[in-house]
Write a protein that binds this ligand. Structure first.
Ligand SMILES: C[S@@+](CC[C@H](N)C(=O)[O-])C[C@H]1O[C@@H](n2cnc3c(N)ncnc32)[C@H](O)[C@@H]1O
Length: 295
């Protein structure tokens, strides 16, 4: 079961009031969605979006909740098609859900031996179409320099060069199909003394592959200007990110739009989880929340 991250703080900054409407761009298992729905009763609605059809199937239906299986990168199209307005607040809780790691069977976790898929959008993977990009495709087809780049940029992996080199060596012998094959390759590439740190040695590579497979940074850059267009004046935006690149994208967008007099930044510094929250939900440890209000 996914535990909603920074739930109290999200409600504080979204500030949902009776009869207002909200968009949860990453509905996941509905943790934030249902907390917002409670605050906006009796008439307020939530438009809940998730790219993963399995997540949408898992959420309990209710009258004031409109559920859409699509990428939030298409936010404007989705709100127009569903005539969902006025919008008083928009939430983005980036990344994956606990279900993706623990149960999806799509290779998000380095602790389970699964096919190297790593896609939110659950469709049969095809090596031919760019629309069906998978981690397996990246690993077996991208140039070494490109693999190194995503490991460095998205994973902040200090051994990106060594790991990329080992991947290229290994894929010449045999195609790399599973998470455990990849974990063994990373193990070979990393110096012995770095294999027993606090963070598992495959964490950064897996994070980078997930972000590249799903174009996570591009999706975020695509949605932010749409959020500005859709929100009512006085409407609130909350973004929870788990990666420094994503946090920077949000910070820079807020700054730019504050200079343009379109947004008031509410969180001068990002809000981070309390020690108690981190203790009870380890996944929250790298979360950063930023919020702004449309002028
Ligand atoms: C961290 S989880 C959200 C958890 C949710 N707030 C909760 O409390 O249960 C992120 C969700 O975003 C979804 N997601 C990732 N990229 C997406 C995109 N481009 N469009 C829509 N949903 C996306 C994932 O499938 C995942 O379910």
């Amino acid at each position: 079961m996914h535990i909603a991250v920074l739930l109290k703080e999200t409600l504080q900054y979204l500030d949902p009031k009776p009869d207002e409407n909200f968009i949860d761009c990453t509905a996941g298992e509905g943790g934030h969605t249902f907390a917002i729905l409670e605050k906006i009763s009796p008439k307020g609605k939530v438009l809940g979006i998730d790219w993963d059809a399995e997540m949408i199937k898992k959420i309990n239906r209710q009258e004031r909740l409109v559920l859409i299986n699509d990428s939030y990168a298409n936010l404007k199209k989705i709100t127009n098609e569903n005539k969902f307005y006025p919008v008083n607040g928009i939430l983005l809780d980036l990344g994956m859900s606990s279900w993706h790691l623990d149960e999806s069977g799509r290779g998000f976790s380095f602790l389970k031996d699964e096919p190297l898929e790593m896609r939110y959008k659950s469709q049969i993977s095809s090596l031919k179409s760019k629309n069906y990009l998978t981690a397996r495709y990246i690993i077996n087809n991208w140039r070494g320099e490109e693999i190194e780049r995503i490991l460095r940029e998205y994973g902040e992996e200090r051994f990106s060069g060594q790991i990329a080199k080992k991947i290229i060596e290994n894929r010449k012998i045999k195609s790399i199909e599973t998470t455990f094959q990849l974990v063994n390759i990373i193990r070979e590439a990393i110096p012995a003394r770095f294999k027993s740190g606090k963070i598992h040695f495959a964490t950064r590579t897996f994070q980078a592959l997930r972000m590249a497979t799903n174009s996570e940074c591009d999706n975020l850059k695509t949605i932010l200007p749409q959020v500005l267009d859709i929100l009512e004046p006085g409407g609130r935006i909350v973004v929870i990110s788990f990666h420094s690149i994503e946090d920077r994208v949000v910070k820079d967008f807020f700054k730019e739009e504050s200079r343009n007099n379109h947004l008031n930044i509410i969180t001068k510094k990002p809000i981070i989880p309390s020690e108690e929250e981190i203790k009870s939900n380890h996944r929250s440890r790298s979360a950063k929340l930023r919020s702004a209000v449309k002028i």
